[in-house]
Ligand binder design. Structure first.
Ligand code: F6P
Length: 549
């Protein structure tokens, strides 16, 4: 047990708690801007191609200074440096946390247990590039000699969400002659729908699993192999041309029947939810090509360097992390919305859910003591403007405090027609209008001035004062996507460091896995499951009855 003071007993924490009480009701954004119109320019951080505006937050210079004092007192920069150095900061799994090494330049030296891991990273990237080029050019053919036209990634969690999200995000950069699909759910319908219109002779399966033991992935991979062999006449040799693996576990890959020559490796110091810029990105690399993939890695690196070197308050991940702590721990926010104004980012928030909620969904500190403060928020959201016509009502006029990130781009992608490109200004008009409405609302007097009958005034009044961050970039390129992901990775890191939790383990998903294994025989064979609680036993009995009808 360490004898460092508990987070909520630190003077920096108490100072923030007092500051929050002293500023309740929350500082009013109308007033803050009236007193200091310059905050529109001052409360902006630039990193790489991202312009991050935090002027519409419920903070003053004093709030920001107090938050930075908290970061200093809790040793965020020390833990950050330890992470970049390759120290084993994932304490419950005794592992280094080195996703930043995945985008380090060739000549960097980053050691784990005395071994420089950078040459290994680049050897795998080169192998991926060689393979991606062969698939893209048609040189890599299937068992019957036909070129590969379909790529199906089978994986779940970190072995699915990253490539699936990035494939959508970078569609405009993909080879449109290739069809990519992503299968994750153990519900057989997922694989069925993914392959039903594909020709096995032209289909490559990428089996993505860090551990190569994940039941959903291995089950789907086994079914995919049967589908392939059924379609190609049953010759087992076909597997070598149609299956490759992305994993840390060569033994299990070989046990499954995939030649380890067709395995792309990564390492235990890459967490699943931080793995998409490792071999796990192979499907994306096939889609966009190795050069674009490397541009994306360069984007990650821009933000890594920024996070490492920029001083507060101009350190963007630090700032965003601290703002989240402010709302979650001092102003009572329970959730955080991420609202991209880009159709291409339709899976971005789902990706962030794992990144943030699997990392910081913890309730004991690094010493195993229950925390007495709020940790990770519920992260949610979908692309604007769809959300505007669904749940924004609650953000505008509901009772909850929901800080939100708005992410938008100045230019639409090139390949849109002129007419569709012209729609972009309308999209972005909504983007700006929403953060304006959220921040400044509409007062009862403004509503009355429009001639609204008195009884409707409360209904048409917008309280405003809803905090938002606006992230703006010129366009959604591979590099910008890398920058965005690294921004959130490091934001999550900052929050975990402040909350003194291990952001790199995920024991919370284990119990459900163990219980599912125990329950399955009761569903398939009708076996007795010892120790089932009465509620679950009754549900299982009902399921079996319904199944047999
Ligand atoms: O959900 C738990 C988890 O371990 C995630 O952390 C991980 O991304 C996912 O399962 C998939 O694991 P694997 O890549 O080992 O199949």
């Amino acid at each position: 047990m360490s004898d460092t003071p508990k987070l909520n007993q630190r003077p920096e924490w108490t100072a923030l708690a007092d500051h929050a009480k002293g500023t309740l009701p929350h500082p009013d954004l109308r007033e803050l801007f009236a007193q200091d119109p310059g905050r529109a320019e001052r409360y902006v951080v630039r990193v790489g191609d991202l312009r991050i505006d935090y002027s519409k937050h419920l903070v003053t210079d004093e709030t920001l200074a107090l938050l930075q004092e908290l970061a200093a007192a809790t040793g965020v920069s020390g833990l950050r440096d330890a992470m970049f150095r390759g120290e084993r900061i994932n304490i419950t799994e005794d592992r280094a946390v080195l996703h930043t090494a995945l985008r380090a330049p060739r000549d960097a030296v980053i050691e784990v247990d005395g071994e420089n891991v950078v040459p290994k990273v680049h050897a795998v990237l080169d192998k991926m590039a060689g393979f991606a080029d062969r698939v893209r050019s048609g040189e890599w053919t299937g068992h019957t000699g036909r070129r590969i036209r379909n790529v199906v990634n089978i994986g779940i969690g970190g072995s699915d969400l990253g490539p699936a999200m990035a494939y959508e995000a970078l569609r405009a950069f993909t080879d449109r002659s290739l069809t990519l699909r992503f299968v994750s759910n153990v519900d057989g319908a997922d694989l069925h729908e993914a392959v039903r219109d594909l020709d096995p002779a032209e289909t490559l399966f990428i089996i993505a699993s860090k551990t190569f033991t994940t039941i959903e992935t291995i089950t789907n991979a086994t079914s995919a192999r049967s589908w392939l062999l059924d379609g190609l006449g049953g010759d087992e040799k076909a597997v070598a041309k149609h299956f490759v693996a992305l994993s840390t576990n060569a033994e299990k890959v070989a046990d499954f029947g995939i030649d380890t020559a067709n395995m792309f490796e990564f390492w235990d110091w890459v967490g699943g939810r931080y793995s998409f810029d490792s071999a796990i990105g192979l499907s994306l690399m096939i889609a966009i090509g190795p050069d674009r993939f490397r541009e994306m890695l360069d984007g990650f690196r821009i933000v890594d360097e920024h996070f490492r070197n920029a001083e507060a308050p101009a350190n963007a991940p630090l700032l965003l992390g601290l703002l989240g702590v402010w709302y979650g721990d001092f102003l009572g926010a329970q959730s955080h919305a991420v609202l991209p104004y880009s159709h291409y980012l339709s899976k971005f928030t789902a990706y962030l859910q794992q990144l943030d909620m699997e990392s910081n969904g913890k309730s004991v500190d690094r010493d195993g003591n229950p925390v007495q403060w709020q940790t990770g928020p519920v992260v949610w959201g979908t692309p604007g403007t769809n959300g505007q016509h669904a749940y924004y009502q609650l953000i505008h006029q509901g009772t909850k405090l929901i800080p939100a990130d708005f992410i938008g781009f100045a230019r639409p992608v090139d390949e849109l027609s002129e007419e569709l490109k012209a729609q972009h200004d309308l999209l972005m008009a909504n983007f700006f209008a929403q953060t304006q409405a959220l921040a400044f609302g509409k007062t009862p007097d403004e509503v009355r001035a429009e001639g609204v009958p008195e009884e409707l005034v409360p209904h048409k009044t917008f309280r405003g004062n809803h905090p938002t961050t606006t992230v703006l970039a010129a366009e959604l390129t591979p590099s910008v996507l890398g920058q965005l992901i690294a921004l959130y990775e490091h934001k999550v890191f900052v929050q975990g460091a402040i909350w003194n939790i291990d952001s790199f383990d995920q024991w919370g998903v284990e119990l459900g896995k163990v219980l599912a294994k125990r329950v399955e025989p009761a569903l398939t064979e009708g076996a007795d499951v010892p120790g089932l609680d009465p509620s679950t036993a009754a549900l299982v009995a009902a399921y079996r009855e319904l199944k047999e009808v």
